[in-house]
Design a protein around this ligand. Sequence first.
Ligand code: T6T
Length: 328
Amino acid sequence: MKRRSILGAAALAALTTAFNPAAAVADDHAFTIALIPGLTTDAFYITMERGARAAADALGVELVFQGAPDFNPVTQVPVLDAVIARAPDAILIAPTDTVQLIEPLRRAHEAGIPVITVDTFIGSGVYQTGAGDADFPLSYIASDNVLGGRIAARALANAIGGEGKVFVSNVNPGISTTDQREEGFKLEMAENFPGVEVLETQFNENDANNAASQLQAVFARNPDLRGVFGANLFSALGSANGVEQAGQTGNIRVVAFDAPTSIVDNIESGLVDVAIAQHPAEIGYFGVVAAFAHLTGQSIPVAIGTGFTIIDAGNVNDPEVARFIYSD
Ligand code: T6T
C-alpha cells in the first residue's frame, strides 16, 4: 500500500536530527501513531480508539491500535516492545502501572519516539519538569480522576441520605486513574459527609465476577451496607450484579464509574443510581491531535483535561447524554 511504503521512510526520518517537519506535513500520510490501550476488550478503550481514528482520518495519519487482552503490565510491556520495534512516529499509551511502565517507556523515549500518556500516567503524571525519573512523556490527556471520585462520593452520599456504610470496589493498587478515584471519593466523604462510613476497599483485579462475589461477602459481614462505588467499568458492572444477586436492588445503592451500553438498563431498572461517563473518544481524538501537533513542530500542552457526563434516571434517554455511552 502506498501509505505503508511512505511510513517506513517517515518513521526513519523522525528518528534523525535532519527530520524536517514541514516536508512531512506536505506528505499527507507521513505519520504513524500507535495507540496502546490498557486492554483491547474494554468499551472505554474501544471508544477511545474511535475518537483517535476520527482524528487520524482527519489528519491523514496512520493509526495503529495494539494492546493486550487484560489490564496488566506483564502483558502490556511485550506489546509496547513490539510497537517500539515498529518505530512509529509517536506512541499514545494508557500505562497499566504508575511504576512498572517507566523503564519500558523510557526505551521508546530513548529510541526517539515521543510518548504521550492517555487515561493513565506514569510517575506523578506531572511531565516535562526536569524532576524525577518519569517526566519524559510530552503530555497527559485524561479525565480529572480525583474530581471524578469526588463526584461519585457526592452521588452515593445523596443516594443514601448522607448516612451509612459504603465501600469502594476497585481494580488493583498502582493504577493512576483508579487510585485517584478512590482518593477523591474518600476525601469528599471525609470532608463533607461525616455520617458516611467508608469500609475497606475491595480489589477485584478488573474482574467483574470477583467484584460481584466481593460485594456479597461485604454485605454478609455488614448487613447494614448501604452503598458501593464501582471505580471503573468492570468494578461497577460486577458490583451491580452482586447487588442484584443478593436481592438488594434499591437497598444497596450503586454509583458506577464508566458507561458501557449495559448501564442504560441498569439505570432504568434502578439497580444503578448514577454513572459517571468519561469522554474516552475525546481523549483519543486529542491524543492524536497532540501527537500530530508535536510531530509538525508545534508546542503542545503538558496536560489536557477531558470532562465527564453524569448519567442518571432523569437524563439517560436524552440524546445529548446518550451519545456519551461507550461503543461496544
Ligand atoms: O475506567 C477506565 C479507565 O479510565 C481506567 O484507567 C481503567 O478502567 C477503564 O478502562 C474501564 O474499564
